[in-house]
Design a protein around this ligand. Structure first.
Ligand SMILES: [Zn+2]
Length: 261
């Protein structure tokens, strides 16, 4: 059974793949891993997944000659790389592409795994992460957070009717420590979105909701940006992003309440 600390570690390790860990957080992960076989296994899976996606993704490969000259430049920059090591580094390229071939022809399991991985780690989401987090920050300006202020889900939900082309589900978790505070209409990535506002103590949590445009559900992935944690998932055709300055563990608790898990 993974405890809350491990869940936080999992989020941090995912963020690490995107190069989003601060040195202090990286140190916390490094301190946790030796004592926790479970998290070590998760990390191993995550890096396999990440490498698998990189190897199998449809990347336009540079011509061999360009690759070699780039690698030579890198080797020269590194200074202390001897020619033998440089040519060994070169040989890793064909090896990686044969791994990609293996994935393509390796049967249903590998293919299914790749599909799952590609959904778990969409590389194009970096821009969307920036958009969601900066929208969160912008809306924290006085007077911008809520268009409808109500702790009553039966007031907030109908407020969206006629203002949006979809009807977001609105839930309240007052008794669990995450009271609903209201909602707002917003635009993200050129789309109309619903923003639901919750509190946890003095921390604001915003849950952005919009139609995902896909029937594929995907599980929680998280990370953080500019001091804010986020967890995103999609279910039943809707995309959800929870953003807050709450710590990852508490935000995860909120998300699980929302998901009813
Ligand atoms: Zn752990």
């Amino acid at each position: 059974v993974t405890d809350d600390r491990c869940l936080e570690m999992h989020l941090l390790m995912q963020a690490d793949l995107d190069g989003e860990l601060s040195p202090a957080e990286a140190a916390r992960v490094a301190a946790h891993l030796p004592g926790c076989p479970e998290c070590r296994a998760v990390q191993q899976r995550l890096s396999l997944v990440s490498n698998g996606v990189r190897a199998a993704a449809p990347i336009h490969r540079a011509p061999q000659t360009l690759r070699h000259s780039v690698q030579d430049i890198i080797a020269a920059e590194a200074g202390r790389v001897r020619p033998a090591e440089a040519s060994r580094a070169r040989r890793t390229w064909p090896r990686r592409s044969s791994f990609a071939t293996g994935l393509s022809f390796g049967g249903g399991f590998a293919l299914a795994a790749c599909l799952a991985l590609a959904i778990v780690l969409p590389s194009s989401n970096r821009g969307l992460t920036d958009a969601v987090v900066s929208d969160h920050i912008r809306s924290l300006q006085p007077g911008h957070l809520m268009d409808v202020i109500s702790t009553d889900q039966h007031t907030v939900k109908p407020w969206f009717n006629g203002r949006l082309a979809f009807a977001p589900t609105v839930k309240d978790f007052r008794s669990e420590g995450f009271p609903l505070a209201g909602g707002r209409l917003d635009y993200l990535d050129g789309k109309e979105v619903a923003a639901l506002v919750y509190y946890s103590g003095k921390h604001v949590i915003q849950l952005f909701v919009w139609p995902s445009g896909s029937d594929l559900d995907h599980g929680n992935t998280g990370g953080h940006r500019s001091g804010y944690n986020f967890i995103r998932w999609s279910r039943d055709g809707m995309a959800y992003w929870a953003v807050s300055d709450l710590n990852a563990t508490e935000l995860n608790k909120f998300v699980r309440l929302w998901q009813g898990t």
